[in-house]
Design a protein around this ligand. Structure first.
Ligand code: GLC
Length: 702
């Protein structure tokens, strides 16, 4: 129910002002003059406008007849990274490796403070799509493959963004995107059709978004794609019946970029802008991102009696209510915390996130590096801050600016290792060797020469931004360029090799997993990713990352997410082992942990297990809790994550970990699309990863 102020405002608004309030204008693409014209007309929102430009737009808006403040949105999805002075965090995928709600919340808090200090109100984050096929271009932006982990981290970052009070100077509105099942398109093709049933949407893809609603997320974003050939932008069942009526969403819905235009141009479910605008308005989209034609169309539709003005009134109420909750009518410009953008406190929080994201996948004892006199650091991604950042920074958005120079502080892997090596009196030589894409800099011979005589080689492999992101899905996930060839040449030297994967997603790594002496997944670690890698390799901290996503052995093996369904004849491809290269939840440590005495009280639904640090280093263990419904009315996954706890243990220390579960944790969505718990036998599994061999299991009956 809108407030009296909002109802009063809606009553005063003309049809034209209502239509303008539903329009979101991209400042960078629209330009200053046209943007100011839209602001004076009462456009509801602008995106990707910073600093003084934003302040000028706001002044223009406040000078309009009703002076309704503009809402400024931006893709601050891994820190306020479109601003080159801001704190640049690891990507969501890298942060998800920490399995830590506080890390996600702190990233949200710092991002909100910096976005607000730039006078902006709203971030198009978090992204809640699930990465179940790594060929998709946007895996880096997700929290990985699992609904439970994604939902937990999403709720945490939303709390960080929004705080307890949206009107606080340091809070910004969050945006749960992209609703819904955007990452599940056939063939992992960006914005393409998903063939998932509504039942499966409810069982797999909806739970993280429900947690976003429950966390009070102020806005949602409609996905580009379609489900069973109905575009989400034109789907009132998803946007009204499910999102609002069932899930209880109270904020406003913004479409993704030009979704209304796309109904005509790409998806061809509307013959012109008027038809597209009618579909979008009736479906429950409140604000249209970068489809300015919507303005004229929707005015015409109302005047021609094809659309009730009440539909616009409802959308405008949703938008104005969020603006009111943000206190914009009293304070149109966010003030944030002056001087905080890029400050040392924030950099330390980002460095901590980068450290916690480091995931050790193999170690034959070479790590942490000791007794080395010379190391060789090899590989283009080892000294390329653009590759280390990945997507959604000032290098890539709102528009890539050729020749744009990086702004300190940041540390590449090479720089991090050179610094620590110098402090330890260790020689450190760098050679480019090759990068993920062919370059005139490629020189494998020089790399081999640099490695000769070293006590250890650190080879950094991965991908670059031209190989992922929107519209950039990959048909082949194998390490590209000459990276595998470079590994083989270095391997032939018989020098211990530490391979570091600095990439946007899981990649297929040929013989590397079997032949490298150690393997570290760093993904896109942000400004301090290189320092975190270097410190982990030298043992300045004990890596504790756990994979939020599975790694295929070959591209053709996807999807390899852990919560597979039973029933596959043979359970494997005839030319591959039946397991992923690395599994969800996997990660090693410089110490080791032992699990024993798992119990499950079926009455109280309390699970308990003893975890002991049986190694020589202090370490952080992520205790993972999965379940299987032994017999169910629909086929259910071989396991599903339902809880996790982290325990810090000193060498030799043991702790009894008790996890209180709820009956609803063991639910499924039945054929009638109802979420129910079916009585019968269940298996509870607790351990260090989703691999059966890593799990203690106990059966119980509900
Ligand atoms: C993009 C993305 C979306 C982003 C929006 C604004 O196309 O799909 O995630 O928030 O447009 O930049």
């Amino acid at each position: 129910m809108a407030s009296e102020r909002i109802e009063n405002l809606v009553r005063q608004m003309t049809l034209e002002e209502k239509a303008a309030q539903m329009v979101q204008i991209p400042y960078a693409q629209t330009g200053r003059e046209e943007s100011l014209r839209w602001a004076k007309m009462g456009a509801g929102s602008f995106l990707h406008v910073l600093g003084d430009d934003a302040r000028e737009v706001q002044r223009a808006a406040l000078s309009s007849r009703l002076g309704i403040p503009v809402l400024f949105g931006i893709d601050a999805v891994r820190g306020h990274a479109l601003n080159d002075r801001a704190t640049i965090f690891p990507t969501q995928l890298a942060c998800a490796c920490a399995w830590d709600r506080e890390i996600a919340k702190d990233m949200g808090k710092v991002t909100a403070r910096e976005v607000a200090t730039d006078g902006l109100h709203w971030t198009f984050s978090p992204l809640l799509c699930l990465s179940r096929d790594a060929r998709w271009g946007r895996v880096d932006e997700t929290f990985g493959e699992d609904p439970y982990l994604t939902g937990e981290l999403a709720a945490a970052i939303i709390e960080g963004y929004q705080g307890g009070d949206l009107a606080s100077p340091e809070s910004i509105a969050a945006c749960a995107k992209h609703f819904i099942a955007y990452g599940e398109a056939t063939g992992a093709r960006d914005a393409y059709d998903s063939s998932v049933s509504c039942r499966k949407v409810r069982e797999v893809f909806l739970p993280p978004f429900q947690k976003a609603v429950d966390a009070g997320c102020a806005t949602f974003m409609t996905a580009y794609g379609s489900i069973d050939c109905t575009p989400l932008t034109a789907d009132p069942h998803m946007l009204r019946d499910i999102l609002r009526d069932e899930m209880g969403f109270q904020g406003f819905v913004v479409t993704d970029w030009s979704n209304v235009t796309s109904l005509v141009r790409n998806q061809r479910v509307a013959k012109d802008a008027d038809e597209a605008s009618l579909l979008a308005a009736l479906a429950g989209n409140d604000m249209m991102m970068n489809s300015p034609e919507f303005y004229e169309s929707v005015i015409r539709l109302v005047k021609e009696g094809k659309l009730e003005e009440a539909v616009l009134d409802e959308a405008v109420r949703h938008i104005l209510t969020v603006k009111e909750r943000m206190g914009l009518f009293e304070q149109p410009e966010k003030t944030g915390k002056p001087g905080c953008i890029g400050c040392e406190e924030h950099q330390q929080i980002a460095l901590n996130a980068a450290r916690r994201s480091i995931t050790l996948l193999k170690n034959n004892g070479i790590l942490p590096l000791k007794k080395v006199k010379k190391i060789a650091v090899i590989g283009g991604n080892g000294d390329d801050i653009r590759a280390q950042y990945g997507d959604w920074t000032y290098f890539t958005h709102p528009e890539p600016i050729p020749g744009r120079q990086p702004v300190r502080p940041y540390t590449t892997v090479r720089e991090g290792l050179e610094k620590l090596a110098a402090e330890k009196g260790i020689a450190c030589e760098y050679a480019y060797g090759c990068g993920p894409v062919p370059s005139e800099k490629d020189d494998l011979d020089a790399a081999v020469k640099a490695a000769e005589g070293a006590d250890a080689v650190i080879l950094v492999v991965g991908d670059v931004v031209s190989q992922f992101g929107e519209n950039r899905d990959r048909a082949e996930l194998t390490l590209s360029g000459k990276q595998l060839e470079l590994f083989a040449l270095l391997r032939a030297l018989q020098i211990p090799i530490v391979t570091v994967l600095l990439s946007s997603k899981p990649l297929v790594m040929g013989t590397i997993p079997d032949e490298t002496d150690a393997l570290v997944a760093a993904f896109n670690g942000g400004a301090h990713g290189g320092q975190a890698v270097a410190e982990a390799l030298f043992g300045l901290f004990n890596p504790s990352g756990r994979l939020p996503i599975s790694f295929p052995r070959r591209t053709g093996q996807v999807p390899v997410y852990y919560n597979q369904l039973p029933g596959w004849h043979g359970g494997k491809y005839c030319d591959l082992p039946n397991t992923p290269q690395f599994v969800f939840g996997e990660g090693l440590s410089y110490t080791d942990f032992a699990y024993r005495d798992l119990t499950m009280d079926a009455e109280t639904l309390t699970a308990s297990v003893s975890v002991q640090n049986v190694g020589k280093e202090a370490g952080l263990e992520t205790v993972q809790v999965y379940f299987r419904d032994c017999v169910s009315s629909v086929i259910t996954p071989v396991k599903n994550l339902i809880a996790f706890r982290q325990v810090a243990l000193q060498p030799g220390e043991s702790q009894r970990v008790t996890i209180q579960l709820n009956r609803s944790d063991f639910s499924l969505v039945n054929r009638q699309e109802q979420r129910v718990v079916e009585e019968g036998e269940f298996t509870l599994m607790v351990g260090r990863s989703s691999r059966d061999e890593d799990l203690l299991m106990v059966n119980f009956t509900l």
